[in-house]
Design a protein around this ligand. Structure first.
Ligand SMILES: Cc1cc2nc3c(=O)[nH]c(=O)nc-3n(C[C@H](O)[C@H](O)[C@H](O)COP(=O)(O)OP(=O)(O)OC[C@H]3O[C@@H](n4cnc5c(N)ncnc54)[C@H](O)[C@@H]3O)c2cc1C
Length: 488
């Protein structure tokens, strides 16, 4: 008889884990509390506009391709994606604009023309990011680093000296100051810390390897929006008749003998192994009910959360692209406000994602679907007055930068904020990426992919190793599969 595995949570990590473990021959049951799969990667339609709810930047598509290939399928039969010519349009406070080209020579030229930075500065910096990714990044992202017996020692031996000399103990900001010097470029490359909700003035410079993913490997757009990423995988899982149980909030998970008893909606089922694909703090607190482990991991600082305004615009804005960033004047102060004061910055860096630039049907003719996001502290409670103040600050800043009215173009609106993100996705305090990476050793102290206390218990998703974000969550499912393969 097939061994039984329960996966808790049908976000991108849970769906990826289900595909891998089903292929390995397990009888997989996925429990999802919502009536829909996808977790943070959801979508909604309002007044003729479509929005992705959460993630919008898509990198490392080969991780998806691998999942389709596992079943001998072609990715394009489930989803289409295309590489972007630019990963982002940047707007600085003094009116400078900067296009982040994915073509290296064009990017270096842009830095020379707009910022007066010699091309070699940019090229040398990105070459170093590439080396960091190849020597350290792949070793770290592809392996269960907390399982000594499965470490690829040849790679570790190469990575360790590199980590020490390559600046693991330096902050991302310090590295960028040393190597880029130009104030605007420093800001631009400091931003990569926010890809996992961290503070560039504290997080390790090792995060600079993210720039390599964004630039050299490139950013991609999935036709139909980000939702298609998880939607395509779910279609494949359905074809394989993997058991997905929706509207099932797991109430408890108990180790009884050699098995786990899982209780959901009053029903009790037994499994040989359990994979938590939800926020590990929620799992310890509300499902496993292990106060000791909950308290241990709760001590780690949370990553940032976000306030998102979904605005349906009745006009189009030629100055904007798929991804756009409007920097705050004082970037350091902004992170201090979020992580130290635990307050909402009133001159925030604003991110605008507009999928109707690539999928015109996402907005009525002549309009655009704006996803307007600013980072805020995890757990921050928004009163109507605070929301109104933030909204006004964002509109004032955008109108000044774009030199045209914004507020009058908004015809429909919805919001998402820490409390609601927590409620909808089960993320602790609404943090986007679990624990922050605001210490130099954060990558190592992040929650592992297996339990060292409970046998046959595994963890994947954006809150555990190797880190937050869509590609990394997919990768975490692959690591869990690797762990299970070796303990089979
Ligand atoms: C606003 C926002 C912007 C983001 N931007 C980006 C981006 O641009 N690029 C990027 O790569 N990443 C981004 N991220 C992060 C990315 O979305 C996550 O890292 C990733 O989606 C995490 O996937 P997951 O499967 O681990 O968790 P989730 O998507 O949170 O899924 C967890 C699932 O578990 C379910 N669940 C929770 N508790 C229970 C329970 N008790 N019983 C049963 N089911 C339960 C939830 O309902 C949910 O469906 C963003 C996130 C947000 C919110």
């Amino acid at each position: 008889m097939k061994k039984k595995i329960a996966i808790i949570g049908a976000g991108i990590a849970g769906v990826s884990a289900a595909l891998r473990l089903h292929k390995r021959g397990y009888a997989v049951t996925v429990y999802e509390k919502n009536s829909y799969i996808g977790g943070k990667m959801n979508q909604f339609v309002q007044d003729g506009y479509r929005w992705d709810t959460g993630p919008s930047v898509f990198t490392l598509p080969h991780l998806l391709v691998e999942l389709y290939e596992l079943y001998g399928k072609k990715t394009e039969d489930y989803m289409m994606y295309e590489k972007q010519e630019h990963s982002c349009f940047y707007f600085f406070n003094d009116g400078t604009t900067f296009t982040f080209y994915t073509d290296l020579d064009k990017l270096a030229k842009e830095a020379e023309t707009k910022l007066g930075v010699r091309p070699e500065v940019m090229l040398d910096y990105l070459a170093a990011c590439k080396e960091k990714y190849e020597v350290v990044g792949t070793m770290f992202l592809e392996n269960p680093i907390h399982k000594i017996s499965l470490l690829p020692w040849d790679k570790v031996r190469k990575a360790l000296p590199f980590l020490i000399t390559g600046g693991i103990f330096k902050s991302l900001d310090a590295l960028n100051k040393r190597d880029l010097k130009d104030e605007k470029l420093i800001k631009l490359f400091n931003r990569y810390a926010t890809y996992n909700g961290s503070n560039p003035y504290e997080a390790s410079s090792i995060l600079s390897m993210i720039a390599h993913l964004d630039q050299t490997i490139g950013t991609f757009y999935p036709k139909g929006g980000m939702r298609r990423i998880v939607g395509g995988l779910y279609d494949l899982a359905q074809e394989q008749e993997i058991d997905f149980l929706l509207n099932q909030t797991i109430e408890s998970c108990k180790r009884v003998g050699n098995q786990y008893e899982i209780k959901s909606n009053g029903d009790l089922q037994k499994f040989d192994k359990v994979v938590s694909a939800i926020d590990h703090l929620q799992f310890y607190k509300h499902i496993l009910k292990d106060e000791k482990l909950y308290k241990k991991y709760k001590k780690q600082e949370r990553s940032a959360s976000a306030f998102i305004f979904y605005w349906g615009m009745n006009q189009s804005f030629e100055a904007l692209d798929l991804h756009n960033i409007f920097f705050s004047k004082d970037y350091k102060e902004e992170f201090h406000t979020i992580f130290k004061d635990l307050e909402v910055p009133m001159d925030p860096t604003i991110y605008i994602n507009i999928t109707s630039k690539c999928d015109p049907e996402d907005a009525p003719a002549g309009g655009e679907n704006w996803f307007v996001m600013v980072n805020v502290p995890a757990g921050k409670v928004f009163s109507p007055a605070l929301t109104a103040k933030l909204r006004a600050a964002i509109i004032t800043k955008l109108e000044k930068a774009l030199k045209r009215p914004v507020e009058s173009a908004i015809v429909t609106e919805k919001t998402w904020f820490p409390e609601k993100i927590a409620q909808d996705t089960g993320s602790y305090m609404g943090a986007l990426y679990g624990a922050a990476q605001n210490t130099k050793t954060a990558a190592i102290t992040r929650h592992p992919n297996h339990s060292t206390t409970y046998k046959d218990l595994y963890f994947c998703g954006g809150t555990v190793h190797p880190g937050g974000g869509v590609p990394v969550s997919i990768q975490s499912a692959k690591i869990v599969d690797k762990l299970i393969e070796h303990e089979h």
